[in-house]
Design a protein around this ligand. Structure first.
Ligand code: ZN
Length: 209
């Protein structure tokens, strides 16, 4: 959905954070398929830490994550300036001392810069937009278009479904029961408002036979 939306937009209408998301998609391919380098692991660490800043995390956990992010992000140096963009302006964060960096370090800096540029779109504080597949056999990074999407593919979704714990099965059964109960109550309220009863419906249908 999000990608289709991006595709129909003209290039000059795409905002810098949307462009950053596009580049993050490429970065995720590298995270999944590239060799495990220290640079790659540090980028994974930043994404993991951002994902831990959820609303239900304890204050102690938030402080721990916040402190680690302060340390991790403090390693990157930027020189920022304002540049024209579309009809307005945007902030550009250039990598400071980029001539002294190796290719791998440059990739890491660019990945972190994109994560920071796309920050408002990463779902930080809620359920993160960039996630690891919940299937323990997979664990690939993916971009989740929906909040409740936990698997990267249909195959992983099926695996998670087939391997649900008894607690997950019970919780889902309760959810479905409440959903059916809510739908039935709504139907009854609507029938009451419109004056229909099951008996009356039968009378009406007989009349037109
Ligand atoms: Zn998966």
């Amino acid at each position: 959905m999000f990608l289709c939306f991006m595709a129909i937009k003209r290039k000059n209408e795409i905002t810098p954070d949307e462009l950053a998301i596009e580049r993050i998609e490429e970065c995720i391919c590298t995270l999944n398929d590239g060799p495990k380098t220290p640079q790659l692991e540090r980028v994974e660490r930043v994404i993991t830490l951002l994902g831990k800043l959820t609303g239900d995390a304890s204050d102690r956990e938030k402080l721990r994550v916040f402190t680690e992010l302060l340390h991790v992000l403090g390693q990157y140096k930027w020189s920022s300036y304002i540049a024209p963009y579309g009809d307005g302006w945007t902030v550009v964060n250039n990598i400071a001392d980029h001539t002294h960096l190796t290719k791998a370090d440059l990739w890491e800096h660019e990945a972190v810069r994109d994560l920071l540029a796309a920050f408002p779109r990463l779902g930080v504080g809620e359920r993160p937009f960039i996630r690891r597949c919940e299937s323990p056999k997979c664990q690939r990074w993916f971009i989740a278009p929906r909040k409740d999407k936990g698997a990267c593919s249909d195959a992983c979704k099926q695996w998670l479904y087939d391997n649900r714990s008894p607690e997950q099965r019970a919780s889902k059964a309760l959810y479905m029961k409440n959903l059916r109960r809510g739908a039935k109550a709504l139907r009854e309220r609507q029938d009451e408002r419109t004056g229909f009863t099951k008996g009356k419906r039968r009378v009406v249908s007989r009349k037109y036979r």
